[in-house]
Write a protein that binds this ligand. Sequence first.
Ligand SMILES: Nc1ncnc2c1ncn2[C@@H]1O[C@H](COP(=O)(O)OP(=O)(O)O)[C@@H](O)[C@H]1O
Ligand SMILES: [Mg+2]
Length: 229
Amino acid sequence: MIEMKGVWKAFGKKEAKVEALRGIDLSISQGEMVAIMGKSGSGKSTLLNILGGMMSMDAGEYRYNGKQVNGKSQKELAKFRRDEIGFVVQYFALAEDLNIFQNVALPLKSQGHSKKRIHEMVMEALGELEIAEKAKAYPSELSGGQQQRAAIARAIVKQPSVILADEPTGALDEVTGESVQEIFHRLNTKGKTVVIVTHDARVASGCERIIYLKDGKVEKPKGGEGGGL
Ligand SMILES: Nc1ncnc2c1ncn2[C@@H]1O[C@H](COP(=O)(O)OP(=O)(O)O)[C@@H](O)[C@H]1O
Ligand SMILES: [Mg+2]
């Protein structure tokens, strides 16, 4: 489903130049649940942003379901993000001045759905995340775990095939983090491909496979542990 070969990405110029990704090769199959681990600054977020079509790359190849993503125009990339990708971040990124229903409805704007259909889709996503009763509440009225569930509802409301999450449990306490981890598991069981960047060894151990990044490269698995590509 996801195929990357020799992906490079640098920021800045000359002395200030940082090579965030230095030749990433990886492949992720449909329905997999994968963790990406590595030290701070190893390129995890950069990789996730490129996977989600949110950032361009300098060199290399990225294919999604066999189709080339590198080289797409901004407009095509926006469509790719909209149709295929659900994105979840550490600090939820909910709009504080919108209630939970309105936040989750945001990705459906300009997709031409009827009001009734939007209502159905949002309430289905909120139901799936078990926070339907918070539809009219504002983000500040929710706990961290509830806010993250609202953010996940917003990520899945368009029924994307892939969910990308950048440190989704990083701002949560242990117990809440575990329940968020269980949600990703459930979504994966229902067929979503899930890629989670995490520092949390327990979150990672709940995934089928761990990809380790070091200095912008994928570390080869040692002595049979982890395995895969
Ligand atoms: N927008 C940016 N501008 C300049 N440097 C950046 C930018 N984003 C990331 N970097 C640098 O690229 C490297 C990888 O960053 P990142 O992908 O955020 O790592 P991680 O998520 O593993 O902590 C770091 O050295 C970081 O400082
Ligand atoms: Mg990061």
